[in-house]
Design a protein around this ligand. Structure first.
Ligand SMILES: [Zn+2]
Length: 447
């Protein structure tokens, strides 16, 4: 790597950040299914790669694009995404989120997307340039940068890509941590559905990927509910004569056992008063179980650990009772078998199972050539012998065979993605670029 290449990476990253590429389907148009910001970012990015000697392709419907260099029968994929989460409350930002700004005496860059995932995309591009520029080296396979456009929402971009384009032979997603992530659990989101409840309502939770930190009861037996909660020793507040709020601790669903689930805590109290099937199941059977043992048995494997099971949302009222759940399934476990067991358990309790979304797991064995090579690059460069990682989170690596998540963040990096003042440390950026350059060299240039 050179200072000059890093400077070019920063300049082009600033062009990308200037496109407010959050999902805006209200303003979707032909060729721009996720709105104008994402469409502009796709065009801008393809221009940047073209300027650097790549041939490019843009999906006419606007779901994805790619940029390719090199010849050969094999393809190495670099899986990137151009969309970002919205800026959130502008008052929380010290700078304009869509104007990437150098701070701290030019030691860091702030702006939406500098960490996730525009910065890593530019790091990988200019790391590859470091290998080719002025060296006469030519890759022995195709290197294809694939640009997804709705990673932060529903991954429809990669559904289109995979329906229309060939699979790569190997690859990596620069969208997570070093050393690398070789296993990501399967992700299942579903609903448990049951009969209506009369004369009270229960609500709680806001998103399937978060452990709910608040649940609410409204009904005529608030006093009894309060007494039951008092007995259980749970954190709650009686808001008025008919309203009780129970509190928990929010964490990401993938870490569900580390949170405190406000919904199941409230259900434990309600189950001593009401005998509706949903409340009984949550309050008498599930309780604080965040590994699903009470519903599907003890599920774990050696590679990726235990199943996590989050009771994420609840709505029980005169229309019915509905509970949203989020399961992170160990990589070697059969999902259909698991769903079968869960459905049977629910049916036995007068409830039904209904699937919302499923994303299959990622698993590339540790003794594969890809993992061995990338791990060696990281270890040679850093001297850090940390073992490769397993994650409950999700990257595009799982959309393609033989792909892993590889960097760009170090065990000591400050993770600010999705937050206000998203910041890229330029020293770490340079280190990651050095690692990517070596990885490209070993995977696609060395004989
Ligand atoms: Zn990302």
């Amino acid at each position: 790597m050179t200072d000059d290449l890093q400077e070019q990476a920063i300049k082009d990253l600033q062009l990308m950040v200037a496109c407010p590429s959050y999902c805006d389907e209200e303003h979707a148009e032909e060729g721009a299914p996720f709105g104008p910001g994402i469409a502009k970012c796709l065009d801008t990015t393809l221009d940047i790669f073209e300027k650097n000697g790549f041939s490019t392709y843009k999906d006419p419907k606007g779901y994805y694009g790619y940029a390719e260099i090199g010849e050969g029968t094999e393809t190495l994929a670099v899986l990137c995404h151009l969309d970002v989460v919205p800026a959130g409350d502008l008052a929380d930002w010290n700078t304009d989120p869509f104007k990437a700004t150098l701070i701290d005496g030019n030691l860091a860059l702030v702006g939406r997307g500098v960490q996730d995932d525009k910065g890593p995309t530019m790091m990988a591009l200019y790391a590859l340039k470091a290998v080719t520029e002025g060296t006469g080296l030519v890759p022995n396979k195709k290197i294809r940068f694939i640009f997804g456009t709705d990673e932060e929402t529903l991954w429809r971009c990669m559904d289109h890509y995979n329906a229309e384009q060939p699979q790569a032979d190997m690859g990596f997603a620069p969208d997570a941590d070093f050393p690398l992530i070789y296993a990501e659990k399967g992700l299942l989101q579903a609903e448990m559905v049951g009969p209506k409840v009369t004369d009270y309502t229960v609500t709680g939770g806001s998103a399937l990927n978060v452990v709910p930190n608040k649940a609410q009861y409204i009904g005529p037996k608030a006093k009894e509910v309060a007494q039951a909660l008092e007995k259980l020793g749970y954190d709650y507040k009686q808001v008025d004569d008919s309203t009780i709020e129970v509190y928990g601790k929010a964490v990401h669903s993938k870490d569900a056992p580390e949170g405190i689930n406000a919904i199941t805590r409230l259900a434990e109290a309600l189950a001593t008063i009401y005998d509706d099937p949903m409340i009984q199941l949550l309050g008498k059977t599930v309780k604080a179980d965040a590994n699903g043992v009470t519903l599907v048995g003890d599920v774990e494997d050696e590679v990726s650990g235990k199943l996590t099971f989050n009771i994420a949302t609840i709505q029980c009222d005169a229309n019915g009772s509905k509970v949203g759940i989020d399961l992170r399934i160990p990589v070697t476990v059969d999902k259909d078998e698991l769903v079968h067991r869960l459905s049977e358990k629910l049916e036995a309790n007068g409830l039904e199972y209904s699937e919302v979304d499923y994303v299959a797991s990622l698993y590339v064995p540790q003794d594969s050539t890809l993992v061995k090579n990338l791990l060696e690059v990281y270890r040679d460069y850093t001297g850090d012998m940390e073992e490769p990682l397993v994650s409950g989170g999700a990257t595009f690596a799982r959309t393609m065979n033989n792909c892993v998540a590889f960097g760009p963040f170090f065990p000591y990096s400050d993770n600010t993605e999705h937050q206000a003042n998203e910041t890229l440390d330029l020293k770490e950026m340079r280190q990651a670029m050095d690692i990517y350059a070596e990885a490209f060299y070993r995977l696609a240039f060395k004989e």
